[in-house]
Ligand binder design. Sequence first.
Ligand SMILES: Nc1ncnc2c1ncn2[C@@H]1O[C@H](COP(=O)(O)OP(=O)(O)O)[C@@H](O)[C@H]1O
Ligand SMILES: [Mg+2]
Length: 480
Amino acid sequence: MQIKLEEPNEKQMLFLKDKHKHVGFGGARGGGKSWAIRFKAVVLCLNHSGIKVMIVRKSYPELTENHIKPLKSMLFVGTPGSPAKYNDSKKEMTFLNGSSILFRYCDTEKDVDRYQGTEVDVLFLDEATQLSESQIKKIIACVRGVNEFPKRIYYTCNPSGQGMGYIKRIFIDRKYELGEYPDDYSFIQSLVTDNKALMKSNPDYIRQLEALPPKLRDAWLNGRWDVFEGAYFEEFRATPDPIECESAGITVEQALDEHRWTHVIKPFEIPVEWKIYRSYDWGYGKPFSCAWWAVDYEGCAYRILELYGCTSTPNEGVKWSNKEQFDRIQQIEREHRWLKEKKVRGVADPSIWDGSHGISAAEEADKHQLWFEPGINDRIPGWMQVRERLKFDENGKAMMYFFENCKAIIRTMPLMMFDEHIPEDLDSDLEDHAVDECRYFCMSRPLAPRIIKNKVKPEIDPLDQFNQNERFDRAIYRRT
Ligand SMILES: Nc1ncnc2c1ncn2[C@@H]1O[C@H](COP(=O)(O)OP(=O)(O)O)[C@@H](O)[C@H]1O
Ligand SMILES: [Mg+2]
């Protein structure tokens, strides 16, 4: 049987030919990393009898989708004449010449124990930054043996995940510790733009990367490793951005009235037809946060009211028991003119169904006839949804606003910082209760990413009569 392999691109070729002991590849999304691993693993196995290769990915579903399935189809496994067989219980692909590829995952620290006793010649860590430094080091210990095959470790990576600090140190910063030899390490950067096959087959993929918030875009599209520091919600504005107002030719007051270039706005009366939602984050010994949202016909969300308080002995304010929280929430929904007689749909922190601290908060809520559905707790996709709603379109309009009476979110959102260990997550040691509950709400009504057109900056031409008149009109308007 003839196996026809696709052609590697230029960067993939560098990766395939690299002879260092530790080879890093990628550094961004969609750069053809998993493809390069599959190609290299197959070429090694077909050309060297008896070689042992292992491909590791964090989770089993990712391992299946990125490696097991594509390799089975690439090698026609299961059809007569195929050079390889696959044993599902051993998660091992064996070749007629005695070579083999082991497929392994490593979701938790405990999973590493299963690697003890495994010996391989070549190891591929696909998306190595998703593994922790200690997991990486323990798995690498499997690369040993007395045969003549060179021992190599290939890491594909992008700036994200808990192992980012380690991978950045060895491949990007090239700062080495005792026992690490600089000459053993090489890194080949590959961006989505280097993956010609993907650019051709799925040109939308790059547009999705371009639509990311600036820091994530810099990391995942441009392969920058140094962007995850400072404020997490860089797009959040408590007042209209004066520079944007100036370039849009409006005053800050106008922008505030028109809900442009700001997320904090003055309260207005909620039309009766708008739907109302409630989001809730429970805190055991930490603050709880409850918010009410009104959603307009276009799906834009307005945080109209909130209740925020402490659940343990507080340094400030009152301590709230579960019962007191739900008494108050119930009272607000019964009495507030925006909420009474409305059906309020609730979404909550999934931990409220946890009864290990006594009667669960969900049970207490039930007693108060306050219903919740469990929030989807996928943090990174959740933050992407929050940021998607915060994003301004070319006219300065967002998909989420906060009434100025919602003090907790306005105070805490700008304080959120990137997590040191999981770079695209936020640091959960901070006061994140209001943003957490905001995340559950956003995840319950997800938006497709909006591609914002680049603003065309008007050129100011002193002889342009139209612009001059417009400015003149506005000057009169302001004075009256
Ligand atoms: N040299 C190539 N020839 C054909 N298709 C390729 C090539 N390199 C990558 N691809 C395809 O491009 C897409 C993205 O590549 P992948 O390896 O999954 O990227 P990454 O792992 O870096 O996110 C996949 O569909 C893959 O099959
Ligand atoms: Mg991949």
